[in-house]
Design a protein around this ligand. Structure first.
Ligand SMILES: O=P(O)(O)OC[C@H]1O[C@](O)(COP(=O)(O)O)[C@@H](O)[C@@H]1O
Ligand SMILES: [Mg+2]
Ligand SMILES: [Mg+2]
Length: 297
């Protein structure tokens, strides 16, 4: 199977699973026992979405491994495990089954992120060949980056229908959203945030689910950050499942990403569950961010 057809099958599968993930949220708003590998409580909905996506994505020819925020180790496809050899040229998927799942109790937006790497996991962002997110808002949309171009789809009955092609960030940014407790921000980031807040053309849009907050930036232009914190120098978000795929999408839409010094796609991973400070959005706003905090975090 060519990479293009495997990527198409992955996007179809993620879109096709979205209605079941959405319907499965009802009745799965409580925490289960145990924690995910990042030490966070898991909702029954996180576990359910992970199980559905693992089964469906590993069944695709051309996908030889699956990893997720909700499980410790990479899972190999049966074909791969049976002969013990690498299929060669096959793809790895890394998934955040539900991003923003703490929004489930208050019934706010959340969704799924998928990263497709042409390398074993953990992989560099430079090995990404596609990335996408499904946003479970009032309607279901999917934004996918493949071959340097970004498409927004409306997902209806599990089918993706093109809504906007060649999506690029608007020239005149209007929104910003920054995560983490404000007193826990570094001095440099606080200074940058104050500068952004005082820009009369920018207003706060923050909902507590990265994909919802980044989708505001993709739609209206602006900047999203979950920065390094005094108490957590690597921030909160995970490089393989969250930082890299969102950076790939935003950069494909002519925006920029940064860990504070460099593109997120240039951050070398050590561990599958590594965290990284995430800053995404309008190129000029990310340049200003790097000028404000670069090298000092
Ligand atoms: O609620 P907090 O701690 O500010 O964190 C918000 C951030 O955490 C996340 O919910 C982390 O993702 P998960 O829900 O996949 O763990 C992001 O979507 C969001 O940007
Ligand atoms: Mg997440
Ligand atoms: Mg998650």
């Amino acid at each position: 199977m060519s990479h293009a057809s495997t990527i198409g099958a992955i996007l179809d599968t993620v879109a096709g699973t979205a209605p079941e993930i959405r319907e499965g949220l009802v009745g799965r708003r409580e925490y289960v026992e145990g924690e995910n590998p990042s030490g966070e409580d898991q909702l029954a909905a996180d576990v359910h979405a992970d199980q559905l996506l693992e089964e469906r994505l590993l069944a695709i020819d051309g996908v030889d491994s699956y990893a997720s925020e909700e499980r410790e180790a990479v899972v190999e496809s049966d074909d791969e495990a049976a002969d013990g050899s690498s299929g060669g040229g096959e793809l790895s998927v890394a998934v955040d089954p539900l991003d923003g799942s703490s929004n489930l109790k208050p019934n706010n937006a959340m969704g799924t992120i998928v990263a497709v790497y042409d390398a074993p996991l953990p992989a560099s962002g430079r090995d990404l060949v596609a990335a996408a997110y499904v946003l479970l808002g009032p309607i279901t949309t999917m934004v996918a980056a493949v071959d340097g171009s970004v498409t927004e789809y409306v997902v209806d009955d599990g089918e993706r229908h093109t809504a906007r092609e060649d999506v690029v960030l608007p020239d005149d940014p209007t929104v910003y959203g920054f995560g983490g407790r404000v007193p826990d921000w570094t001095g440099e980031f606080t200074e940058y945030a104050r500068e952004v807040e005082s820009d009369a053309s920018l207003k706060l849009r923050y909902g507590g689910a990265m994909i919802g907050d980044v989708n505001q930036v993709m739609t209206y232009g602006g900047v999203f950050a979950y920065p390094a914190l005094d108490s957590a120098p690597e921030g909160k978000l995970r490089l393989q499942f969250e930082g890299n795929p969102m950076a790939y999408i935003v950069e494909s839409a002519d925006g920029k990403s940064s860990d504070g010094e460099r593109s997120l796609l240039d951050v070398e991973p050590d561990d599958l569950h590594d965290r990284v400070p995430v800053h995404l959005g309008d190129a000029d706003l990310i340049d200003r961010l790097e000028a404000a905090i670069g090298g000092d975090e």
